[in-house]
Design a protein around this ligand. Structure first.
Ligand code: SF4
Length: 289
């Protein structure tokens, strides 16, 4: 397989065939993100992508999922995306699910009909970084999308019959804005109705604007118990009627995997136990992105 730059996929795609159709991210300016440093977004040569599909056809016959790299592969022109999905279907008929990252700006380029066509061709799920339900936080983190824009695009994804997986980031409100960030993010998840919500905890990445702000004392991140308190507030304000709520990423202090709404109280109880000291927090040195 031909890979360029960082190969980043959601934790739940650990066993997927990783097919790189694009390099980098079209935005690449979120203040907390060190995913694709110095990489200019580009669409890879189609012949090389097809070669990789053929390689997977010979050597990856047991993997039933495929993840389309990189940061926002759905910004590819529709016709090219369709050709890639058609080729996957022809050459890898055992692949039952294709998924990809997507951001609001990329999704805005797709009509509802485009997304439905992609679903017909095998795209099954989209991972979207909401990060925060607080527009002030989104602006400070240079997300270049408002909550309303993300809600609109998320609805389009769901209405096209695609699964919606949403990621949020505890810590982005800082010490001063943690409560508002947590509450508004919980409400945003409630409105988005994702099939899966995943909460990660921020770890500043060297070289990013957030790292510089933390180092210079312009932004203070909550400590471990502060992150747990924030996650509890977020969960308490998340009223998902179905789907999974995950906080089992390596960056989190207390791992949670909750079927909503059934397990929500169990999750709150675990977080309370962590806050009163009866459940140990993951040590800082064991956290990673
Ligand atoms: S968080 Fe996502 S949209 Fe923002 S720069 Fe990183 S990859 Fe791009």
């Amino acid at each position: 397989m031909h890979y360029e730059g960082n190969v980043i996929r959601p934790p739940s795609e650990a066993d997927s065939i990783l097919l790189q159709a694009t390099v980098g991210c079209t935005h690449n300016k979120c203040a907390f993100c060190g995913a694709y440093p110095d990489e200019r977004f580009r669409i890879k040569d189609e012949a090389q992508v097809f070669e990789d599909i053929d390689f997977a056809a010979r050597h990856m016959t047991r993997q039933r999922r495929l993840f389309l790299l990189s940061g926002d592969a759905l910004t590819m022109p529709q016709a090219r995306l369709e050709r890639i999905l058609e080729r996957v279907r022809q050459r890898l008929p055992w692949v039952a699910r294709v998924s990809s990252y997507a951001n609001a700006r990329g999704l805005k380029l797709k009509t509802p009909g485009d997304l439905e066509r992609l679903r017909e061709l095998g795209l099954a799920a989209v991972y979207m970084g909401l990060e925060s339900g607080d527009d002030e936080v989104l602006a400070r983190m240079n997300k270049k999308a408002t909550l309303d824009e993300m809600l609109l695009q998320a609805r389009k994804v769901r209405e096209a019959g695609l699964k919606l997986c949403v990621t949020v980031l505890a810590g982005l409100g800082g010490v001063e804005g943690w409560r508002r960030h947590a509450q508004l993010t919980g409400r945003a998840l409630t409105l988005m109705e994702p099939d899966q919500a995943a909460s990660l905890s921020v770890i500043p990445v060297p070289g990013t604007p957030l790292w510089e702000d933390v180092r210079a004392g312009r932004f203070a991140l909550p400590d471990g118990p502060g992150m747990v308190r924030e996650l509890r507030e977020l969960l308490a304000h998340t009223d998902m009627r179905r789907g999974l709520f995950l906080a089992d990423h390596a960056s989190n202090h207390v791992p949670l995997k909750l079927r909503m709404p059934r397990d929500r109280q169990h999750g709150l109880d675990l977080l309370d136990a962590a806050l009163d000291g009866s459940l140990p927090l993951k040590p800082e040195r064991a956290r990673r992105l």
